[in-house]
Design a protein around this ligand. Sequence first.
Ligand code: NDP
Length: 253
Amino acid sequence: MDTKKIALVTGGSRGLGKDMALNLAKKGLDVVITYHSNAAAAQETLNDIEAEGAKGLALQLDARNVSTFDDFKNTLVTELKGQWNTTNIDYLINNAGFGHEGSVSDTPEEAFDDLVNVHFKGVYFLTQKMLPVMNDGGGIVNISSGLARFSFPGYSAYAAMKGAVEVYTRYLAKELGERKIKANTVAPGAINTDFNRERFEQAPQVVDMIASLTALGRVGEAEDIGPVVAFLCTDDAAWVNGQRIEASGGMFV
Ligand code: NDP
């Protein structure tokens, strides 16, 4: 049996998830990533994982559609058996997602439902489905946002989902302690990925504004987040549990 630890990173094709996957590979883990529609980007991430000397696998997942999760799990287990001679993963990183900007007055119900489905319901039930195929002693990292701590007009629905994920994570830590599975949240500040591309391109002054609100004086990059998540998936972080770790360069401190 392969003794390398295996991490599953949702939304590993681009942005933060890609950097998490590469840092996990650098730390000696094998990595399964998921993508939604961008198979080419997922393949590029796989190539980079393999260039780090780790084994990788990319699977399609629509994180908003809980009814597909059983099929996803079955495909995952088949691939794990074939390629790793195991049925289990060690770490689950719930990262996949997208943003939505809209004031309380303007947010349509459809946008709210979409956010719930991907950012909260998807995280809740993907974790539920993965628990039987997770090794005891492993860990879960859920990706939240600085916006769950501080309030920025226009993000009420998105931020509320992240707040829910933070509460969920503490419950996971409590309930999974008997299996020695840790659960933590990583909360990035504003990061320069596709997630913010349109906004940053259309209103470059937003970049300066965010930099001025950040103690370290700049917007974050994906490389600021991946190593934090990868650390939580090592034995060095074995005693870190039920925590919210913000990586925002000190936004609104
Ligand atoms: P990106 O837009 O760069 O990447 C999004 C990733 O999620 C892609 O891999 C994409 O797959 C995948 N994805 C999108 N929608 C779905 C879906 N319905 N089902 C499955 N996968 C999906 O975003 P980031 O990397 O910036 O964001 C990652 C996480 O970090 C999100 O949870 C976000 O809320 C959070 N975050 C981001 C911040 C930021 O400023 N960037 C700040 C704080 C938190 P594909 O490539 O196939 O489209």
